[in-house]
Design a protein around this ligand. Structure first.
Ligand code: ADP
Ligand code: MG
Length: 542
């Protein structure tokens, strides 16, 4: 039985396992001659779907048959779908194609992929998580668990060196996203067990290596036009694809060399463009500044924090300008090892720890030593060293009416905040709005705010209302609580939210009758808001 860790990335994905010495190793993608797999899918025709570099090479010429950045849409309520040859794919199904390709890479090298851990961004909500898990299942994988990407990165770094308590800032600049995460790793007094806890997250959904590529693309395109006395409209699709396909390679070269040459066929005429690292750094300085602003913003979320170590994660941190900027801000604290593989390696470590637990639980099922890619001793050692504390990825709470002011206000009360240990449970008592209310419509919301109360995404009547986009408020669903005839408005209704890795459990108890109502919410789909019957709960009893 083989256990793998998978980094299902926005632009590149990666699969890893532990070798027989217990060290994480990435399975090489020989076909693309790379340690990673481009998360790009090309629907060439009905019978041929290509994943990886070849798909990426077709973006400019066959853009309408190529899907990329699908991770931005996975599990989103308003997710788009993709139709090719009369077949429609959801982002989850596209992700499953990428996972299947990773599985095939391993199989072509003679191993099977049974149990896996897949990584997700720390800020992914429940829907994105459950969709990611579903993508794994569609690809025929047994998903043991999901793990937050920065936590996985920290695991892979700390597999090298674990000693004392540490506060770590993970700076993850990938191809399409930038994530900052502050993590606390701690040792307990008894057995040296290490806990990993996420303290704060920040970053931007659309900031990554692609933005550096775009700047370089514009630069080369303009240079090609200047050289040949053309205007951009004169360049055909092939020339654009030629530039596009050379941009990323040129960028990678500039991570090692001071200057590089790019040769482009401009409408048949060969043109040579020289780019220096200085040029490149000048044209992208604002992007580096943006990432550093997010770092400061995230630090401000945890006042008085002292960062001990900064981990550079994500392929884009290979660019010297990134290391320089982060090093200038955190002198002597920056660490970087295989930044484009660290997440997959950490997931492989975690998968092996979980694999051990699974095997112990099913001791009577035969597991042959030779099939396992890691010795039991080594796994036991790893398992004893880490416990990964699962935390709530979002804040959760009910929508209720605040009757305290001069005018009633419908608000979202945050019961459970981001970063609480799961399962997280919170209870509060509310009251019906009026006497003889037939029922209560208890709405459950998810959001990214740490505020005690905020504006929900629908008002009392169920109509959408404007919220701060940064809070990403989402309606998860609702629970109908039926009340018996003649219920006075002073009847206490006890509302409980329980959040664990699989979803949100909402419960309401009419404390005067003992009647209990409950529901389990996992996704925000299919919510039917009935505007004709508005019945809410209010905060106070007077
Ligand atoms: P993801 O965003 O999918 O998690 P990665 O962390 O692998 O993916 O980052 C991919 C990004 O890293 C791409 O934009 C890629 O061009 C960039 N990248 C990879 N290697 C280098 C390098 N040597 N120099 C500069 N950028 C690189
Ligand atoms: Mg990544």
């Amino acid at each position: 039985m083989s256990t793998y860790g998978i980094d299902l990335g926005t632009t590149y994905s990666c699969i890893a396992r532990l070798d027989s010495n217990g060290n994480p190793e990435v399975i090489r993608n020989n076909e693309d001659n790379s340690n990673t797999l481009a998360s790009v899918v090309f629907f060439e025709n009905e019978n041929n779907v290509i994943v990886g570099q070849v798909a990426k090479d077709n973006i400019e010429t066959d853009g309408d048959r190529v899907v990329q950045f699908v991770k931005r849409w996975i599990g989103k309520t308003d997710a788009r779908t993709y139709t090719f040859d009369d077949k429609t794919y959801t982002p989850t199904e596209i992700s499953a194609l990428i996972l299947t390709r990773l599985k095939n890479i391993v199989e072509s090298q003679g191993d099977t992929v049974d149990d896996v851990v897949i990584t997700v961004p720390a800020y992914f909500g429940l829907e994105e998580r459950s969709a990611t898990k579903q993508a794994g299942e569609l690809a025929g994988l047994n998903v043991l668990s999901l793990i937050n990407e920065p936590t996985a990165a920290a695991l892979s770094y700390c597999a090298r060196q674990f000693q004392e308590d540490r506060t770590i800032l993970v700076y993850d600049l990938g191809g399409g996203t930038f994530d900052v995460t502050i993590i606390k790793m701690s040792m307990t007094e008894e057995g040296g067990i290490q806990k990993i806890k996420v303290l704060a997250t920040g970053g931007e959904d659309v900031l990554g290596g692609k933005d550096w590529d775009d700047k370089l693309y514009d630069f080369i395109l303009r240079a090609c036009c200047d050289e040949n006395g053309l205007s951009p409209e004169d360049l055909d699709a092939e020339t654009r694809q030629d530039i596009r396909s050379k941009v990323e390679e040129a960028k990678r070269k500039l991570s090692q060399k001071e200057k590089t040459k790019v040769r482009i066929d401009v409408n048949g005429a060969r043109t040579e463009i020289v780019i220096t690292r200085n040029d490149f750094e000048r044209m992208t300085a604002d992007l580096v500044g943006k990432t550093m602003n997010h770092v400061e913003g995230t630090l401000q979320k945890v006042p008085d924090i002292d960062i001990d170590t900064v981990l550079l994660v994500g392929g884009s941190t290979y660019m010297p300008m990134i290391k320089n900027a982060v090093e200038a801000r955190f002198p002597g604290k920056v660490q970087q090892h295989d930044p484009d593989q660290a997440v997959a390696k950490g997931a492989a470590i975690y998968a092996s720890m979980l694999g051990l637990t699974v095997e112990n639980d099913t001791a009577d099922t035969e597991t042959s030593e030779s099939e396992s890619n890691l010795s039991d001793d080594k796994r036991a050692e790893l398992a004893a060293k880490f416990t990964v504390e699962d935390q709530t990825p979002r804040s959760f709470g009910p929508g209720v009416v605040d009757t305290k002011g001069s005018k009633n206000k419908y608000i979202l009360e945050n019961f459970i905040k981001i970063g609480e240990k799961m399962p997280a449970i919170a209870t509060k008592t509310y009251y019906p709005i009026e006497d003889n209310q037939e029922r209560v419509r208890l709405r459950a919301f998810e959001n990214r705010s740490m505020d005690d109360a905020l504006i929900p995404c629908v008002n009392e009547e169920g109509e959408p209302q404007a919220t701060d986009p940064a809070h990403m408020v989402k309606l998860l669903g609702e629970l109908i609580v039926n009340l018996p005839p003649n219920t006075p408005k002073t009847t206490p209704i006890q509302v409980t939210f329980k959040v664990d890795a699989s979803g949100v459990h909402v419960e309401a108890i009419n404390t005067s009758t003992g009647d209990k109502f409950e529901t389990f919410l996992r996704t925000a789909s299919d919510i039917d808001i009935d505007k004709s019957a508005v019945h809410q709960l209010r905060i106070s009893s007077d």
